[in-house]
Design a protein around this ligand. Structure first.
Ligand code: 3PG
Length: 309
């Protein structure tokens, strides 16, 4: 009997766990749950006996992969897989998948929520502004950004985008694609970041880009803290005292923000973008179905690591 583990340091909503259990039950698989775990040892013990694991932002490094002797597949229920050591997974013949798009609306709603929080002066009572008529710059144009676009348009915002890989998709729906990242930051009242924490995107939001922001603009980051150069961010916020930064997860330099920029930032204490019952259901169920399809049909559609030779 196949053994499956859900290892979620930040658990799914219980309605999602119930439905995922049903998928595995009807496939005849055995499901174990490791939720809210607090030590790596618990994860190491739990993975040692299973054929497949569903995770969220849980860290799967070389040590975890070494302990997972029987493991054939990891599905990251969500988009970003920067928490998985892909090279070691490939070396160990473990397939890694994500569930693209499944939690995108939840993250997009948080991005818009943060834009509102920012423009309303963090609901402090200070007079704020409105999103209608403002220019929203989408840095990246994946599933989350497309949902942000849909909502922003309904709010009466002007939306522009910088993307290298989805230019045609953006232009096809009438979105203005800027010629450079610098131009996007220069023209936007609010920038919303939607690029993955890998390759050219790491620290891509640098001083060279940030210096083009207007004073008074708002940066919303529901992607990853690794895409921003934090010391450059601090520098531009020192130079332009109207800039605000709202982010889903706290940056390394939180203390510096507290000291220098009161009233100009907001950080979620724990990554909250995909923390909705709907997103948990969509991503969790997709992960479960992908595991069943992998074992029953050899389906590797959403594989994100290289296939072992
Ligand atoms: C993702 O990459 O899908 C989001 O950042 C959600 O992460 P989470 O599953 O840890 O909430």
């Amino acid at each position: 009997m196949r053994k499956i583990l859900i290892a979620t340091e930040k658990p799914f909503a219980s309605v999602a766990v119930k439905k995922i259990s049903k998928v595995f039950k009807s496939a005849g698989y055995d499901l174990k749950l490791l939720e809210n775990y607090t030590s790596k040892q618990e994860l190491l013990d739990a993975v040692s006996k299973v054929d497949a694991v569903i995770i969220r932002s849980d860290k799967i490094d070389a040590e975890v992969l070494l302990a997972a002797k029987k493991l054939k597949i990891i599905v990251r229920a969500g988009a970003g897989y920067d928490n998985v050591d892909l090279k070691t997974a490939t070396k160990n013949n473990v397939v890694v998948m994500n569930t693209p798009g499944q939690n995108a609306n939840a993250v997009a709603e948080l991005a818009i929520g943060m834009a509102i929080l920012g423009i309303r002066e963090l609901f402090s009572g200070k007079p704020g502004g409105e999103l209608r008529g403002r220019t929203l710059g989408l840095h990246g144009f994946g599933f989350v950004a497309r949902n942000v676009f849909r909502i922003a348009r309904a709010l009466g915002m002007k939306v522009i985008v910088y993307t290298r890989y989805s230019k045609h998709a953006a232009a096809a729906i009438g979105l203005k694609v800027t010629n450079s990242l610098e131009q996007l930051y220069e023209k936007s009242d609010i920038v919303s970041i939607h690029v993955p924490a890998k390759g050219e995107h790491l620290k891509s939001v640098s001083y060279e880009v940030l210096k083009h922001l207007k004073d008074g603009s708002i940066i919303v980051n529901t992607a990853r803290k690794e895409v921003i150069n934090e010391s450059d961010l601090v520098k531009i916020m020192e130079e332009k005292s109207g800039i605000k930064y709202l982010s889903d997860v706290t940056p390394e330099c939180e203390d510096e923000f507290a000291e220098k920029f009161p009233g100009r930032y907001f950080f979620t204490p724990k990554k909250a973008g995909a923390q909705t019952a709907e997103a948990n259901l969509n991503a969790g169920l997709a992960a479960a179905e992908q595991i069943v399809d992998f074992f029953e049909k050899g389906d590797c559609t959403y594989q994100v690591n290289k296939k072992a030779l």
